[in-house]
Design a protein around this ligand. Structure first.
Ligand code: ATP
Ligand code: MG
Ligand code: MG
Length: 550
């Protein structure tokens, strides 16, 4: 995919610079601080910052905090951290609430121009008067208030003389407009609520559709990129910029939202998963949040590449999660050291190996990136292998260990299964094997071949570790709306499996966020939350197998 040609917004920018419509580029990323950022936001971040970077422009991080009740400083800090972690530096850091004075003044200007009025209709009445797609709306009886009266009432609103919902300020445009958004939209409402930034200074707050174009214009944003549901708002966006006599005229451009298969994306739903305990926080590795992906082990590079390769579409679209996984595998392929870990251990005694001997074996750290050198792993008489790598009664074409069969231990020797030890219940608890010293890895042994290669760790020296294996949070690729059901009915009850196993002794000093490829098991990240002295927790980022084709 050539993401340059599939990014129509980039083409608009190029055109604007070529025709002289613009001589510079300023974009912004405007999250509402009412939740943590998710992969959909990453798409918008990459789009906005990359565009400005390419044309020597600027990108602001602006907190769209015009709604006092849902917003929180915790979210502000988390959003900043996530944007930085994705690899971007904003030029200006702004809060929309810092513009409340300007917004108020512009609303007064509209009143003075006869373009806004205070309305006493209730929210229900306003909805009713608005009409429908096929029916024009009708004028509020308060629409004809004089400018003087409106100025006084709006001031009273600001001064806290009315209760929530008693009055609103509306733009005076056209109640018969075919675009419902132009039927006198509400631009200010009363809300006696404490705001995280402005405290109790205000009890009236601008509506998003009024505030957003002003924010863009105040900052001199040239290209204001938003998602497609705002397309119908564009005429009002332009109306606000023009009638509020803003010097700078930003252009709103819409693109399609991305969703991922087998997850939910809206902050409201993600919040519900957190608050109702389906996950252990916004940064749970099963969440499609930036912080969840980071904790799982995703790299900023992988996420950026994913977002770029997606291109930019006009319509909302659902992307296969496997595409995201593809890019993290690609990114880690050359970076992540290889190692061996046994997730479900089964003890193997190598009966013909000397009792007290330990030998160190050489193993490549990354065969795809030989510069990473070699590591040493101990081998001795007792090892652990994966329970799955042994079957007492194997089906045809099972090439791993079974009684009488010989396999290669990765980086070590051929071993042959001689005896199966069981407990009183008939469970296999130990295998007795013999090894052939002639078959040591790296010696060029060609005497005979085996079909299976399995991994292992030395039992005496291995370090215990916890593996967290993840399945999709949502069972369905996309949730169909069903009567009487919510997305919570589609949550996968088995999305997390915790297993205790062993890893190579050279893993003893790993640090949070160190990433490895465990032979045959996939890529893993050292979990920053649950890892502690003596308890290493590995999150599986992604398995090795993929059917995904770009
Ligand atoms: P949500 O549904 O998660 O609440 P939102 O649009 O309300 O999304 P904002 O905080 O307003 O969340 O989003 C900040 C920016 O990120 C907006 O410009 C929005 O267009 C963009 N954005 C949010 N979700 C997606 C998505 N799924 N795909 C692409 N862009 C997105
Ligand atoms: Mg929004
Ligand atoms: Mg939202």
């Amino acid at each position: 995919v050539d993401n340059n040609t599939s990014n129509f917004i980039r083409n608009i920018v190029i055109d604007d610079l070529k025709t002289g419509k613009r001589d510079h580029v300023i974009t912004r990323f405007p999250p509402e601080p009412n939740g943590y950022l998710h992969i959909g936001h990453a798409k918008s971040i990459v789009l906005n910052f990359d565009l400005a970077d390419e044309f020597n422009g600027k990108t602001n991080l602006r907190f769209d905090d015009t709604n006092p009740v849902k917003e929180d400083i915790e979210f502000v800090n988390a959003i900043k951290e996530d944007v930085k972690w994705l690899g971007y530096d904003w030029d200006g850091l702004f809060f929309a609430s810092d513009y409340f004075d300007v917004m108020y003044d512009r609303a007064v200007l509209l009143i003075k121009k006869g373009l806004a009025y205070v309305d006493d209709l209730s929210p229900d009445e306003i909805r009713e008067y608005r009409g429908t797609l096929t029916q024009p709306g009708k004028d509020s009886p308060y629409r004809t208030r004089t400018i003087e009266e409106n100025l006084e009432l709006f001031e009273n609103m600001r001064d806290g003389k009315y209760g929530n919902g008693e009055k609103v300020l509306r733009a005076k445009i056209d109640m018969a407009s075919p675009n419902i958004n132009l039927r006198d939209p509400v631009i200010y409402r009363i809300s006696h609520a404490t705001h995280h930034n402005t405290g109790d200074k205000w009890c009236i707050y601008p509506m998003y559709a009024f505030a957003h174009p002003l924010e863009d214009a105040i900052e001199g944003v040239t290209h204001s990129i938003c998602t497609i549901e705002f397309e119908d708002q564009r005429p009002f966006y332009n109306w606000v910029v023009e009638n509020c006599e803003m010097e700078s005229t930003p252009q709103q451009i819409e693109f399609g939202r991305i969703n991922l298969t087998n997850t939910v994306m809206s902050k409201r739903k993600l919040k519900q998963l957190v608050e109702e305990g389906y996950v252990d926080g916004w940064d749970d590795p099963r969440m499609p949040t930036i912080s969840g992906l980071r904790r799982k082990g995703y790299t900023p590079e992988a996420i950026r590449t994913f977002c770029r390769e997606l291109g930019v579409a006009k319509n909302n679209g659902t992307v296969d999660t496997q595409m995201l996984e593809h890019f993290v595998r690609e990114d880690l392929k050359l970076k992540a050291p290889r190692t061996m870990g046994v997730i479900n251990p089964l003890k193997v005694v190598i009966t013909n190996y000397p009792e007290d001997q330990v030998e160190m074996l050489d193993a490549e750290i990354n065969p795809e990136n030989p510069e990473m050198g070699i590591r040493q792993i101990p081998f001795s008489r007792e090892i652990y292998i994966e329970q799955d790598d042994f079957m007492e009664d194997p089906p045809k074409k099972y090439f791993r260990l079974f009684p009488g069969n010989e396999v290669r231990l990765k980086h070590a020797y051929f071993i042959k299964c001689e005896d199966v030890i069981k407990d009183d219940n008939g469970n296999v608890v130990e295998l007795h094997c013999t090894y052939d010293p002639e078959t040591k890895s790296g010696t060029g042994f060609t005497g005979r071949k085996v079909k299976g290669t399995i991994h292992w760790v030395d039992a005496k020296n291995a370090i215990p570790a916890e593996f967290r294996l993840y399945e999709p949070l949502i069972l369905d690729e996309e949730i169909e709306e069903e009567e009487g059901k919510t997305f919570l009915d589609h949550v996968n009850p088995n999305s997390l499996e915790i297993v205790k196993g062993f890893v190579e002794p050279n893993m003893k000093d790993v640090k949070p966020h160190d990433k490895f490829q465990f032979f045959r098991h996939g890529y893993f990240n050292v979990d920053p939350k649950h890892t502690s002295e003596g308890n290493i927790v590995f999150n599986r980022i992604v398995s090795l197998k993929s059917s995904f084709k770009l």
